[in-house]
Design a protein around this ligand. Structure first.
Ligand SMILES: *Cc1c(COP(=O)(O)O)cnc(C)c1O
Length: 351
């Protein structure tokens, strides 16, 4: 019935443990769809790992994790003087570490809550959020006059690795050192273990805390399997009509109705294995099915990705299987290729 994520529990937990052991000071990131696992499950797993802090993406995500993890809650979206950031539940407010990325927000936050806990985000080459070197320096002045403010570190959000981050990070950390702030904690993302090791040696009096999501939760893909259920199988003769659009079968075969549609994040454009112009020209020449408008789906039967019969529906998809390969039975499970961070599974089963 369902689009299911099945997790090999022993293998997954062993991987989580090894990432945590290799990354002292790890802050697991639990945001969005919980990388496919749900936020609540990631919060419980973080509790099991024994970390002292997790990072959520937004203030709105706090209620999903706050009752399942009892440590500190770092919010990655910068604090702003409006919206969810200023509507915190009093019960969790003391565990929340805000991210401050503008000088005016620092004044505003401390004006409202003099003992607020926060990290100062330094702008990186990402150019998403953050303070300039000059603003960091002026924040040090602001904080000197704010004895109750609780600066919990400096945050750097780095682009996904394209070569080494080390020269950029060193330059940014030199700004941090020069600002003479009262913290020795640096929160970073997207550094390799070699880069982390080098930083820990070069800035030995700082504690470098990696925020990791993808490589933690999704780092061992062999522990994960995504399956859809075959819900119906209908034989088709060439010319038979089917689907919302009354399309006709270009040859005889079977129509398969499988679980997994747009509401799960199943998209029309599946990752194409071989989408080069040459490969497409070859299928056109052979009169292949994609020449008559069928698009490859992320569902596979016996190891081969099959074609959508029409665009995915809300909760199911229709596949066209031409005569030839084995026809699966109702109830059978099919492998599905998904983007974990963009998929809403009906079920997550941890074995
Ligand atoms: C999402 C995010 C991370 C984690 O990124 P992954 O690639 O999933 O490890 C770290 N830091 C910030 C600020 C983020 O938004």
């Amino acid at each position: 019935m369902s689009l299911t994520l099945t997790v090999d529990g022993d293998r997954w937990r062993a991987h989580l443990r090894s990432v945590a052991d290799a990354n002292p000071g790890l802050a697991p990131v639990a945001k969005g769809n919980g990388y496919g696992f749900t936020l609540g499950r990631l919060a419980r797993k973080s509790q099991w790992l024994g970390v002292d802090t997790i990072a959520v993406g937004t203030y709105d995500e706090l209620p999903h994790v706050a009752s399942r993890f009892d440590g500190d809650l770092l919010v990655l979206t910068p604090w702003r003087p409006f919206g969810a950031a200023v509507e915190l539940e009093p019960g969790v407010a003391g565990r929340v570490i805000h991210t401050v990325s503008r000088s005016s927000d620092l004044d505003d936050l401390l004006g409202r809550q003099p003992d607020a806990r926060f990290v100062l985000e330094r702008m990186t080459s990402m150019l998403r959020h953050g303070l300039s070197a000059r603003e960091l320096w002026s924040a040090a002045g602001t904080l000197a006059a704010r004895p109750h403010a609780r600066l919990e570190g400096i945050a750097l959000h780095l682009p996904l690795a394209q070569g080494s981050h080390l020269s950029e990070v060193s330059r940014l950390l030199n700004d941090v050192v020069a600002a003479e702030l009262s913290t020795r904690t640096i929160w970073v993302s997207h550094l390799t273990s070699d880069e982390l090791a080098t930083l820990r040696t070069s800035y030995a009096d700082y504690s470098i805390r990696p925020r990791i999501g993808t490589d933690l939760w999704l780092g061992d893909r062999a522990a994960l399997r995504v399956t859809a259920t075959v819900l119906d199988v209908h034989p088709l003769e060439r010319g038979d009509a089917f689907g919302y659009r009354g399309r006709t079968a270009p040859k005889s075969g079977h129509l398969l109705v499988v679980s997994g549609g747009t509401s799960h994040g199943v998209g029309l454009e599946a990752p194409m294995g071989d989408s080069s112009i040459k490969a497409r020209a070859a299928t056109l020449a052979r009169g292949g099915l994609d020449a008559v408008g069928f698009v490859r789906s992320p569902f596979s039967i016996d190891g081969k990705q099959r074609l959508f019969a029409e665009p995915p529906h809300m909760q199911v998809s229709m596949l066209f299987l031409p005569d030839g390969p084995r026809v699966p039975e109702v109830g059978e499970q099919l492998d599905v290729r998904v983007r974990y961070t963009a998929t809403a599974f009906d079920r997550v089963v941890v074995t």
